[in-house]
Design a protein around this ligand. Structure first.
Ligand SMILES: *Cc1c(COP(=O)(O)O)cnc(C)c1O
Length: 361
């Protein structure tokens, strides 16, 4: 009998499955399965990355002061209340280790991002899933699910894989109505794609129970480098910094991210190109009879007649060298999540879906 056993909860974690990136026997594929920026990072970020080759023998900054200052200027937040991590995934796990644990509950929503459940279980807490209303986060259902064991509530706004948004007045009402021991986490991985949206930064500033997480993996095109950040009340950021490793980010990550966030022209070009192609894709899919919700992110959730049709379409797209994301694991078996790529990729995937539907008739 094994005596070396992990902590309770660990074996309940189903390992995270990333977006597929290869098709057997195909050299050239179009990957629209991981919500990556099809244009990659800005040239300024690439140049900053290359420059760090000269300082690889030096330990990195432990306080991330320069990156936090840049984030503060560009996103108009107080750099003293910013914490940087190895992707926003690391901020999510800091929050779970610091505020949840055995005997406590962590709320996430029906179609919510899988890292919330994984990190909650990793910390020994019990994840609690709350239903959404037609693929939109339901604030009242969250309030009904709160108990005296609840410690954290995770909401992605815009959501992944739905792409939908909860209006800020609902989020404000949620923050104001949560039990006193509950911290609300607003995951803003796609906040930059929603025009004029601050990800909840102003709400963070007006309350003591709200934290926002952000990432360089999506709009900034740096998913491969792993950089994210969090913004919260000073006491919360102080707690998270106590469990953060002093050298959690390399100098390469820090300097590349700083150059990326400062290149606001490039970010704006990526944002507006995404908005243009997203609108085109939604309209083209709807014309083919494929239903979508209004998306505020860099992907579109295409809803098919049922699970069988979604699966058949995904398989057909693979024969055409196109990889999209199946989201049955997010309780959306009838849907496929399609990242907004560059224009040729968007046209190819819509054309292929049209061919698939024609072949079905
Ligand atoms: C992609 C994504 C993230 C970003 O994770 P990183 O660790 O920063 O790469 C966070 N939340 C959601 C909902 C995402 O889709």
């Amino acid at each position: 009998m094994a005596r070396i056993i992990p902590q309770p909860g660990i074996l309940e974690i189903a390992p995270y499955v990333g977006g597929q990136s290869r098709i057997e026997g195909m050299a050239e594929v179009v990957k629209l399965s991981s919500n990556e920026n099809p244009f990659g990072p800005s040239d300024k970020a690439r140049a900053a990355f290359a420059r760090t080759v000269h300082t690889l023998h030096r330990y990195p900054s432990t306080d991330h002061a320069e990156l936090r200052a840049a984030i503060g200027e560009v996103h108009r937040v107080d750099p003293a209340r910013v914490i940087c991590g190895v992707g926003s995934d690391e901020i999510i796990s800091f929050l779970c280790y610091a505020y949840a644990g055995p005997g406590t509950e962590v709320i996430h929503t029906e179609h919510g991002f899988s890292m919330y459940r994984i990190s909650a279980l990793g910390a020994g807490a019990t994840p609690v899933e709350v239903p959404e209303k037609a693929r939109v986060v339901d604030v009242d259902a969250i309030l009904s699910a709160c108990t005296d064991r609840t410690r954290l509530v995770f909401i992605a706004n815009p959501g992944n894989p739905t792409g939908t948004m909860v209006p800020m007045h609902d989020i404000e009402r949620l923050a104001a109505s949560l039990p006193g021991q509950v911290l609300l986490v607003l995951d803003g991985a796609y906040a930059e794609y929603a025009e004029g949206f601050d990800g909840g930064a102003r709400l963070v500033e007006s309350r003591d129970n709200v934290v926002m997480t952000r990432t360089f993996s999506k709009l900034y095109g740096l998913g491969g480098l792993r950089i994210g950040w969090g913004y919260g009340p000073a006491p919360v950021i102080d707690v998270l910094n106590r469990i953060r490793g002093p050298f959690n980010l390399s100098q390469t990550q820090l300097e590349t991210a700083e150059a990326a966030v400062r290149d606001t022209d490039y970010a704006e070009r990526c944002r507006s190109e995404n908005a243009r192609l997203r609108a085109w894709m939604v309209e083209a899919l709807n014309r083919l009879g494929v239903a979508t919700d209004a998306s505020f992110a860099n992907f579109v959730l295409a809803r098919f007649a049922g699970q069988a049709q979604a699966e058949a379409c995904e398989a057909y797209l693979q024969t055409q060298g196109l990889i999209v994301r199946k989201v049955a694991g997010y309780k959306l078996p009838q849907a496929l999540r399609i990242t907004v790529g560059d224009e040729p990729s968007c046209r190819r995937v819509v054309h292929a879906i049209g061919q698939f539907l024609e072949g079905e008739e």
